[in-house]
Design a protein around this ligand. Structure first.
Ligand SMILES: [Zn+2]
Length: 105
């Protein structure tokens, strides 16, 4: 038999456990929603121009494969491509852009 105090401690333990389980479930569901939303975005926008929605085509520019919109000519660079194109020449415009948008100098 539990004392009154023992029952209270059990209640507190189970309430905390339920709260932790509820929080873990909410985090898991939120993560699954994020993954589903990312997949939906990719299905809808993948391979499309972010400016006009046109189809992107790959072109080689200075040895790098870059995505160019067939409709408006906008260029989409993957992570790291701007830095590769900028190279080591610190006086180039691309190097300046890479420093601003690429997070390194
Ligand atoms: Zn476009």
């Amino acid at each position: 038999m539990s004392t009154r105090e023992g029952v209270d401690l059990e209640d507190v333990y189970f309430a905390q456990r339920d709260q932790e389980n509820t929080q873990k479930l909410a985090e898991k569901l939120a993560g699954e929603r994020d993954v589903a939303a990312a997949a939906e975005r990719k299905a809808l926008h993948g391979g499309k121009c972010g400016k006009c929605g046109g189809e992107l085509a790959q072109q080689v520019f200075r040895g790098e494969q870059i995505d160019v919109c067939g409709d408006c000519g906008a260029v989409l660079l993957d992570p790291g491509e701007l830095q590769k194109l900028a190279g080591e020449d610190e006086s180039s415009v691309l190097h300046g852009l890479a420093a601003i948008f690429g997070g390194r100098r």
